[in-house]
Design a protein around this ligand. Sequence first.
Ligand code: PLP
Length: 365
Amino acid sequence: MRYSTPLSYNPIDVARITEVLNRYEGIHHNQIVTDFESAIGKVTGSIHAVALNSGTAAIHLALKVLGIGVGDYVLAPSFTYIATINPILYLGAHPVLIDSETTTWNMDPHLVEEALEVLKKEGKRPKAMVVVHTYGMPSQLNQLLAIARKEGISVVEDAAESLGSTYQRKMVGTFGDVGIFSFNNNKVVTTYGGGILLTERPELAEKARFLATQSRENLPYYHHSEVGYNYAMGPLNAAQGLSQLIDLQDNVTKRRLIFERYRIKLEGYVHGQQCELPDMYSNRWFSCFLFKDEATKGKIANVLGSRGIETRPLWNPMHRQPLLINARYFGSREAELLFNRGLCLPSGHNLTEDKIDEIVQVITQ
Ligand SMILES: Cc1ncc(COP(=O)(O)O)c(C=O)c1O
């Protein structure tokens, strides 16, 4: 079904992309990708950036360059999109799924500690932790990073949804050993398909770039000693990214205002939302709310849908997925409560105040 009010939609701005492309006439197209990498590096304060063709590819390479392989254990939230977990499976590693805390809905640091203790008793030591800032809301990074440091665990930040979010005034995606963003169609900045890998460590960036381009060695002929991937970002995608990146803060401000308008107008009708703790600033990629119960949530989704207004249920937790039936899970089913009672409401930065008010009216009638 095509919705007249989609969840989050970036219309193509032909004039803007054309303007960017015109600037590169006569210049090798690889320069567009390099410039996009520099622009993201500048915006995020990151030293090395490798532009790729999806956020999923970026997570795959992030784990790979950190040495994750067959049989390794990787901690990750249960309350996330499958693209956080699939790359762990690509590598033959075992995801260890951690439940959410109730404030940010991200991975609960206490449960991470509990999981590590239990696994230690079994002689198992996770090698990496994937930290997700879900719906743009920063995770409790101080606590998670302290645990990782103490235990010698590598950290991948899956910041796919959170370009423009900050923690202690620093862009999320720049705290882990490697961070990634997605630029798929519904993001705050889109390339209409794409991702990027960020790191401060030159050797990791170099290795990721090598793997992303079929692991072709630097010789005058084709020479390959290890499996590679075709993961590099294309120049047209990078041009689109450059054309929209200047709007980043504007788009974040608009999304935060959308969330605030819903929050204020839905007071009394909703039973919870993601909250920023001190030092957190969310890009509010999606405005998500909990309703009284599952039936109320379903009814609201149906009525809005019948009016052409798209909603999405919150993530169906990973520990409930048939694919992950054998994965370890630590928690008390908070993520299940979020799934049962929560909805993402239209959140695109182009959403008008009138449309928000119409959505609120449908919910509260
Ligand atoms: C949390 C999370 N991780 C990873 C991804 C994967 O990004 P992509 O769609 O660019 O592969 C997404 C995509 O939206 C996501 O939401």
